[in-house]
Design a protein. Sequence first.
Lengths: 409, 176
Amino acid sequence: MNPKINVKDYEPIVGKSYIEELRMLARRLSGKTILNINSTFEGGGVAEILSRLVPLLNQLGVDVRWQTISGEAQFFRVTKKLHIALHGKDEPISDDEFSLFLETTERNLNQIDFSGDIMFIHDPQPAALITKKSDIGKKWIWRCHIDISHPDAQVWRFLEQFVTNYDAAVFSSPNFAQQLPIRQFFAPPSIDPLSDKNKELSPEAVDAVLAKYGLNRDKPLILQVSRFDRLKDPLGVIKAFELVRKNFTCQLVLAGGTASDDPESGEVLQEVRERAAGNSDIHILDIPPGSDIDINALQRAATVIMQKSLREGFALTITEALWKAKPVVASAVGGIPLQVKNRLTGLLCHSVEGAAYALRQILANPDYGRWLGRNGREHVRQHFLIVREIRDYMLMFLTLEHREDVIYL
Amino acid sequence: VVYYHTHSFIEEYQFLTPEPTNDFALWVQDALGYDILAERLASIDTFEFPTVGALRQMIIGVIQDFLAQTSNEREAPPGNEFHFIKSISIVLPTPYAAHDLQEFVSILRRISIGSLYFHIFEARLRLQRVTNDFSLWLEECLGEKELAERITRLDPYNYTMENLREIIIQLCEKRL
């Protein structure tokens, strides 16, 4: 939890009337208890979001609670496989593994205190807890944080039998969802403008990070932040940079880390280092997890930020870049087009050559880059900050008892 | 559904003077590449229509006319399908109530974009009131017929929400 978070601190960012509106909605939820259930209190995006959402909603006066399911390591190995298969990768899961998933769910059904009016269940790991609904009733919402638009058919059939018993499901984008016989809501993820990764930094703090990594403050900096994964196309980024470098003085920084749950990442990092060898304007930074201030500083120092992924989830790295008013060049995949409206809040590309063309436009026209950056920041302010996610959830909780298009409270 | 897809741009681009377009026109252009149809759909003037039903008929008519003249039907690439979305409005009272024009202006400066949007866009097209809520109140409760008409004549689809707020405030201040 983050006891230091204060909802009033968001007023200078989104305006007093926005926070006042949140308080009005919160008052309408008075007397309701919302119970969030996910698989962990720490580590991963969902825990990070909940660790901020729960205290903020509590401060607004909404009784929001948070519990996690428990399970042996073997259970989480199975849920990891489910996660991979739901993303569409071939990941065989045996009958024994499905049984283990159900047995662990059964144990949790007996352990969890389901006090509350609305059960807000996050992601596939605790999804089967819905079987409790036939005993206790209440409203149940399944919040799917991942893209399940092209899942492995066997795994989706298994999960679908649970999901269809919920009162509603929430997805980050229509493109990430499935056809379901229940109500679906759309709520994109968000960033916290006051977190270490996004808060304002002094020029001295930014300079210190640049010095730490041996980067030249005076040379235009093209940055991609992502773990070393072929789907992030780091070699494509280098090719695009080389095309641009012929006519523009600039440097490229590929900043990211290797993931312990991704055996390929070390190999990809090695490939990228070999490809960049001999070019002193290309900097490959293997940054350890938790270096949020470093990432923040690199983003703030960048002239252009890239995300040339071949496949992508929502791409919160783009949200972070836009929030820092940086012009971005990004592939039109996953959740990126929701954030980057071509030629309004950034430039979209579909190829190495397209990426290079977009980079040149920005490097040659700094005013255009600043205009894109300003628009991008406003786009994030209105749609992708944590206060909007809080508002969306409160609105959704309020609609659960209604079926009409216009609800008067 | 039609209401959502013809109004989402207003909420989406509060920082830019909105292109008065709709999601249908954008999709027809970006996913299908029908430039002429996209232009025809974009040029439908939402402000002219008193009901969402009438607007829906116009959109259908434009698409049917186009389809009757084209033999080359295109399919959207995978991942670019049009997802029909329905919006739900939640309406709740705010603590603000104006008793005269001075108070009205002062509250107008403070209310959220959501509140402004409701009284201008939703009131007229979704709730099918004759005009926006502000004009109705100004005319019926304060007898400010001319000011009400001026606000009614504003085409709100061509301004950002903040610009719209400022223009209405200026019109009221001139009267004060």
